[in-house]
Design a protein around this ligand. Structure first.
Ligand code: GLN
Length: 261
């Protein structure tokens, strides 16, 4: 954290904010404040320069046209490149996961250059992935099942520099064409301080552990060092959404994850 206040940037909310994704900024601020950490959200609009020195960046989903506009502006603005270069935590949802990749091809077959901050490439899947998505986390520091809602036409393949965020238990996730015959499907991409995911929800409402992971990274502590913060409504929401996918059965068959929920 560069100043005494945790500054959370919500990037291009007017074009990158489907399914309430801009709420991810509110969750981060609220979870920080409830622990006595002074925090604020800053809306960085398309007409603004993206500051390179914010403590956490959240970027949401978007329709193809809005997404292409955002990609062009972001490429021309060095702010996010510099933020990633200094390992600032960045959460990129759906369209933003695609935009932060090397390139993506939209539903009309237009290839759009990405920022190349994530070693991923996105191509049309041929059908939209729509519905609940549940994944078992694969990165150190996360143990609880990841839950969210997905709605995307693109399928994302990971290169050697990116790791998947999770293994899909229900839903499609990255849904790359090369994955289709494999038994294991993956969700999201992690590279350095960037987490990309197809989880809407907003993701951080449904996945408080992921929110705390970002806060801990921003203030330079281990997530386990943050005081426990239980929000009963969130626990009920998670349970409801996980039950709705039938993932309860998967838990019973020994998949690691929300054993404490
Ligand atoms: N337009 C992209 C796709 O359909 C991303 C959609 C989204 O962000 N929900 O793949």
């Amino acid at each position: 954290m560069t100043e005494s206040k945790l500054r959370i940037g919500v990037i291009y909310p007017e074009v990158l904010g489907t399914y309430g994704d801009t709420g991810n900024g509110d969750v981060l601020r609220e979870r920080a404040q409830r622990r006595g950490i002074d925090a604020e959200t800053l809306m960085v609009s398309l007409s603004d320069h993206i500051p390179a020195d914010l403590d956490i960046y959240v970027l949401g989903g978007g329709e193809d046209t809005a997404q292409a506009l955002a990609a062009g502006r972001m490429r021309g603005d060095r702010g996010l490149f510099r933020a990633a270069g200094s390992a600032r935590p960045i959460l990129a949802i759906c369209a933003s996961l695609q935009v932060l990749g090397r390139s993506y091809t939209d539903a009309e077959g237009r290839e759009v250059e990405g920022l190349g901050l994530l070693d991923v490439v996105t191509m049309p899947r041929g059908s939209r992935a729509i519905g609940e998505l549940v994944a078992a986390p694969l990165i150190p520091g996360l143990s609880e099942l990841l839950t969210g809602f997905e709605n995307h036409g693109g399928g994302t393949s990971l290169g050697a520099d990116a790791q998947p965020l999770g293994r899909v238990l229900s839903g499609v996730g990255n849904g790359a064409l090369s994955e289709q015959d494999d038994e294991v499907h993956y969700e999201g991409a992690v590279q350095g301080s960037i987490i990309g995911t197809y989880l809407h929800g907003p993701a951080l409402v449904r996945n408080p552990q992921l929110a705390d992971f970002l806060i801990a990274a921003a203030i330079g502590v281990d997530p386990a060092e943050l005081p426990v913060l239980e929000v009963p409504f969130v626990q009920r929401l998670r349970r409801e959404r996980l039950l709705a996918t039938g993932v309860e059965r998967l838990l019973a068959t020994g998949v690691e994850g929300d054993s404490n929920e």
